[in-house]
Ligand binder design. Structure first.
Ligand code: AMP
Ligand code: MG
Length: 350
């Protein structure tokens, strides 16, 4: 299959002709598109055979449900068995935006889309190209991240092309995404709302809007928890680069010293070593393959660059990557959740 890449100026998305992409979605085909979090791989969410194609193209386990992308709050109402009282409050505060809500599904939503679950994940993306594609197609668009299962999520169209070329008919290229890590997922099907995946929207922001307790799924915090995470996707070794990734945390001077020592040992053993540093620490590392993820004070930049860096090290053929740790104040939990998973929880505390 030939993959067509269509460039769209996001600022002009409202005027750009997206008929061809919309028609593909209506025909039950796949279209990759930008959102504000990462690129999504979209299909008609209400057609079982369309959803099935997503799993096939990604090589995704079929028990890992998809997120349904919508353009109006009424679309959530139309696929939910009941609308939880918190949903409207959260939508008013954060939609369109990087928040996914889990609600009980009704019969319109096929089990192919929900990985066999009775609940469905719903989100209204804050991206003009995504919203236009949903509206123009007249469909609800099921979309997981547009990467091959197990690879870092794509934050640029080129990443999607790298993974999906020849597997899907179309990629909409709307440039680099703004946030760079996947949406926060909140489960509204139980008495107390629970965060199943941390993201740009934090526990504190959710609590503030709801005026009630919001819990975090214990399965996603503990490193070697017995407890299974409730979002099926969180149990997989996701977001993984090909190289072995090892995090080093602690006082900055000691972190630098440790990474330099370990990197030196590995290089001496003939390994190709990469280092993820920050603008502040960059110059203190020896060796060519050191890349800055951004300024430590700019956590949005750290989130935005993370997956791109992991992909770059793959392209350079790194065997081992050492990374500083980024437990930054606001979205540090979301960043560290992705990094820890990519590292298979290999972390050295100094
Ligand atoms: P992705 O879009 O690739 O980030 O994957 C979607 C994420 O949403 C995965 O981690 C899924 O496990 C999670 N998810 C989707 N639907 C549900 C659901 N009904 N219940 C819990 N988690 C879900
Ligand atoms: Mg994904």
């Amino acid at each position: 299959m030939q993959t067509k890449i269509l460039k769209i100026d996001s600022a002009d998305a409202g005027k750009t002709d997206m008929q061809e992409a919309a028609a593909l979605i209506r025909a039950g085909e796949l279209v990759a598109f930008p959102t504000e979090t990462v690129y999504g791989l979209g299909a008609d969410a209400l057609r079982p055979e369309a959803s099935r194609k997503i799993y096939e193209a990604k090589g995704r386990p079929s028990d890992n449900p998809l997120i349904v992308h919508i353009a109006e709050f009424e679309d959530l109402v139309s696929i939910a068995r009941e609308v939880p009282r918190q949903a409207k409050l959260l939508a008013d505060a954060f939609w369109p935006g990087p928040l996914t809500m889990i609600v009980w599904k009704n019969d319109r939503v096929p089990y192919e889309t929900t990985g066999g679950m009775e609940t469905v994940a719903v989100r209204m993306p804050d991206h003009p190209v995504a919203l236009r594609l949903i509206r123009e197609s007249g469909c609800l668009v099921a979309a997981p991240s547009a990467n091959i299962s197990g690879r870092p999520s794509p934050t640029e169209a080129a990443h999607v092309a790298r993974d999906m070329d020849g597997r899907i008919p179309m990629i909409l290229d709307g440039g680099a995404v703004g946030i760079g890590i996947e949406s926060t997922i909140i489960d509204l099907t139980e008495e107390t709302p629970m965060i199943l995946r941390p993201g740009y929207i934090t526990q504190e922001m959710l609590t503030d809007v709801l005026g009630e307790e919001v819990r975090i799924d214990p399965g996603i915090i503990a490193s070697n928890s017995e407890q299974k995470p409730k979002a099926p996707g969180m149990k997989y070794k996701h977001y993984a680069p090909k190289a072995d990734l090892i995090l080093v945390e602690g006082e900055t001077g000691k972190v630098i010293e440790t990474i330099n020592r370990l990197a030196g040992e590995r290089r001496a053993a003939g390994k190709k070593v990469g280092i993820i540093a920050t603008d502040e620490t960059m110059e203190h590392y020896d060796g060519a393959d050191t890349v800055s993820i951004g300024a430590r004070s700019d956590e949005d930049a750290i989130a935005r660059h993370l997956y791109k860096l992991l992909r770059e090290f793959d392209d350079r053929g790194a065997d081992i990557i050492y990374s500083e740790s980024f437990a930054t104040p606001r979205i540090g939990q979301a960043i560290m959740n992705r990094l820890l998973k990519a590292a298979g929880h290999q972390i050295i505390t100094v």
